[in-house]
Design a protein around this ligand. Structure first.
Ligand SMILES: NC(=O)c1ccc[n+]([C@@H]2O[C@H](COP(=O)([O-])OP(=O)(O)OC[C@H]3O[C@@H](n4cnc5c(N)ncnc54)[C@H](OP(=O)(O)O)[C@@H]3O)[C@@H](O)[C@H]2O)c1
Length: 251
């Protein structure tokens, strides 16, 4: 159960090696004990992530999870609930890819779409049904400002995040009468391994900073946040620029 102050007892981390996902889990662990179900592909990175969580007091279970093995997802979600009722699920897997390769290389584009969008929808429907049945629960869905306005500079990634963002926002609306909540998070750049080799832009933040913002918003029952917060008005302005001007911006 999620207690009166918004603290979950069991978290399912889908994309169990995500730097942002792990930072969010650590933020919860700073104030409480917790069971964490790490769902990720087998790898030394997964071993390191689980050892790290155990070393700071989490009870950790591990499930094999591949975001593109869609047929396996019902079994993964069943296995998670067989361990414990899941109070909070974090949908944290994702691929950035190379933006210029992605729109010209069939395999690269399909991989981005399958991991970021189809994988997100696949687990989202299953989480939604489970949480609807139990009458409570929360999903934190890691979207991106890149999905709010899809730009020329990374439009394959951005388009997958646009679809992901729309799906989770409306999943939250659909679940609202039944109790569960969905928080959609739109970060700008976050300094994680996903951005290794990518030029840092304005407003880049550490995963720990994002995690504090996310956990506060989840405890407050919010449904949509930008991080840093200035992206909200900035996106509003960009959306209202005439297309010929927008196209000339170096973004
Ligand atoms: N970092 C940013 O600037 C930023 C900004 C906005 C939004 N986001 C979003 O935030 C989320 C988390 O990103 P992050 O920064 O924490 O990146 P990250 O550390 O690279 O984590 C992403 C994780 O996705 C997992 N993954 C990729 N393909 C998978 C698959 N087929 N099956 C299962 N897992 C798979 C990877 O796991 P493996 O260990 O198996 O490779 C990886 O650890 C992503 O959705 C990302 O798009 C990130």
């Amino acid at each position: 159960m999620i207690d009166a102050t918004g603290n979950p007892q069991t978290i399912l981390l889908l994309g169990g090696t995500s730097d942002i996902g792990l930072a969010i889990v650590r933020e919860y662990l700073a104030k409480q004990t917790l069971r964490v179900i790490v769902a990720a592909r087998p790898s030394p990175r997964r071993d390191e992530a689980t050892a790290g969580l155990r070393s700071i007091g989490a009870t950790v279970d591990v499930l094999d999870f591949d975001a593109t093995a869609f047929d396996s997802h019902p079994g993964v979600i069943d296995a998670a609930w067989a361990i414990a009722d899941v109070d909070l699920a974090i949908v944290a897997f994702g691929l950035l890819g190379d933006a210029e390769q992605a729109w010209q290389d069939h395999a690269a584009a399909v991989a981005l779409a399958q991991v970021n969008y189809t994988g997100g929808v696949s687990v989202g429907v299953l989480l939604g049904q489970r949480m609807k049945e139990q009458g409570y629960g929360q999903i934190i869905a890691l979207s991106s400002v890149a999905g709010e306005i899809v730009r020329r500079s990374n439009f394959v990634y951005g388009s997958t995040k646009a679809g992901f963002d729309g799906f989770y926002r409306l999943l939250g609306e659909a679940l609202e009468p039944f109790g569960p909540k969905v928080l959609v998070v739109r970060p700008g750049q976050v300094r994680t391994k996903m951005l290794d080799g990518v030029k840092e832009g304005p407003g880049a933040i550490a995963p720990e900073v994002l995690a504090r913002t996310v956990v506060d918003a989840a405890r407050d029952g919010r449904t949509l946040i930008w991080a840093p917060a200035f992206f909200r008005p900035m996106m509003w302005v960009l959306k209202h620029l005439p297309a010929p001007i927008f196209r000339r911006l170096p973004i």
